[in-house]
Design a protein around this ligand. Structure first.
Ligand code: NAD
Length: 380
């Protein structure tokens, strides 16, 4: 076997242990270490980083990574890849010129981008990659993690629901199938539809984009017709646009009244760079029957798709369980990490030229939110 030494002269890609109560993913997996080494990139992994995703330090070493202390990874890497963006405190100890790759929140948090800039770091924001570009498909973290989210949302809902999802005929009687409503039929929503159908539920879905109707129906779900003309709800690049106040109010009233027919509601609606729209108001929640379950994948401390939802589980006075669950991909850590690691690695590999980190002027430069040091190839 020919030993692969190409990584020894190339840049070093470092990954930290990001485990917390809400996070089990890791930004590099042993398989991806091997892939990066073949691309001339060495890997430095903090000891214990893979534990949450069931990878041991030994697995990384066998794949050719060096396992090191947190401080050694922070100071010894040319590029640091993240599941969640690093805190400002951590950035203080990162050497100038280091590339920071991850979901940086750059659409909504200019202060964070300024903080990277002030520290002389290079920021590659995964959220700003041009997703529709064919060469960027394997780098699309939103697609990979939202698919995992949609899948897990159904499992979480099924777990909290007090009955079966499938129809069941037994000697003691017939159990009717659960009726599931999915609001927002993008990547996460379509995955939720497929998963709920596979579990035997009767699924209905709604999205503001007209194009989603055929996708919903092709998965065997019914499209919820709200009787509103929001056909112009599609904005740039195939994404939803923000609705006007009047449109939003009409949509909420229609969703609220229709939601009462369902046992489980899963919401996944987002608009890039904006706070997620409220689709189901408190009035809609109070109209749901006792025992209904709502999983709000768009929930954050600032609110989500369901009025009154926040991160965690609440049970309303009328016996409805609302689960605010933005961290669902972490609940499927092995797969979520494998997909995420590949997304990050393909971005990193794109910027390595002749064993150095360099950018060229192309479409992927959209993701470079901070370029304080001169990182562009001369003459291009
Ligand atoms: P997202 O996570 O930004 O939003 C999720 C869904 O919420 C979207 O379908 C959006 O239309 C919907 N939504 C927003 N506001 C709504 C409202 N008020 N009411 C109902 N629904 C609302 O989006 P996403 O899942 O990442 O993808 C959105 C679109 O982009 C899809 O058409 C997807 O196929 C497309 N996409 C294409 C590529 C590609 O070409 N490679 C990659 C990723 C996504």
């Amino acid at each position: 076997m020919v030993e692969d030494t190409s990584a020894e002269s190339g840049p070093v890609y470092g990954v930290l242990d990001e485990a917390s109560d809400d996070e089990r993913r890791v930004a590099v997996t042993p398989d991806i270490v091997t892939r990066l080494r073949k691309a001339g990139i060495a890997c430095l992994v903090e000891s214990g980083a893979g534990h949450g995703s069931h990878f041991s330090d030994d697995d990384y070493t066998k794949a050719g990574a060096s396992v090191a202390s947190r401080n050694d990874v922070v100071t010894g890497s040319d590029i640091l890849g993240f599941v969640s963006r690093p805190s400002l405190d951590l950035l203080d100890s990162v050497p100038q010129g280091t590339w920071i790759v991850g979901m940086l929140g750059s659409w909504t948090d200019q202060e964070y981008v300024d903080a990277l800039n002030a520290r002389g770091l290079v920021g590659i924001a995964m959220e700003k990659l041009p997703r529709r570009l064919s060469s960027a498909q394997s780098m699309d973290e939103m697609t990979s993690q939202n698919s995992v989210m949609g899948y897990k949302a159904v499992l979480v809902a099924a777990n909290a629901y007090g009955s079966f999802l499938p129809m069941m005929t037994t000697a003691a009687g017939t159990v009717r199938p659960a009726k599931v409503l999915v609001l927002g039929a993008g990547i996460a929503g379509l995955q939720a539809i497929g998963t709920a159908r596979r579990l035997g539920a009767v699924v209905t879905a709604y999205d503001v984009r007209d194009a989603s109707r055929s996708e919903v129906e092709s998965l065997g779900a019914k499209f919820l017709d709200l009787g509103l003309d929001l056909s112009s709800g599609q904005g740039e690049g195939g994404y939803a646009r923000e609705l006007t106040d009047e449109e939003r109010a009409a949509q909420q009233a229609a969703v609220d009244s229709r939601a009462a027919d369902f046992d489980i509601v899963i919401t996944t609606a987002k608009v890039p760079g904006r706070r997620p729209p409220v689709l189901l108001t408190a009035a809609g929640v109070s109209g749901l029957r006792r025992g209904a379950v709502v999983v709000d994948c768009a929930a954050s401390d600032l609110g989500g798709n369901v009025e009154g939802s926040s991160v965690g589980t609440i049970v309303t006075e009328n016996g409805v369980t609302i689960i605010g669950a933005p961290d669902l991909p972490s609940g499927v850590p092995d797969t979520a990490s494998a997909l995420l690691a590949r997304n990050l690695a393909d971005v990193v590999s794109h910027f390595v030229r002749d064993h150095h980190l360099k950018a060229i002027h192309d479409d992927l430069d959209d993701a470079l939110v901070v370029t304080t040091p001169d990182i562009f190839e001369e003459g291009e």
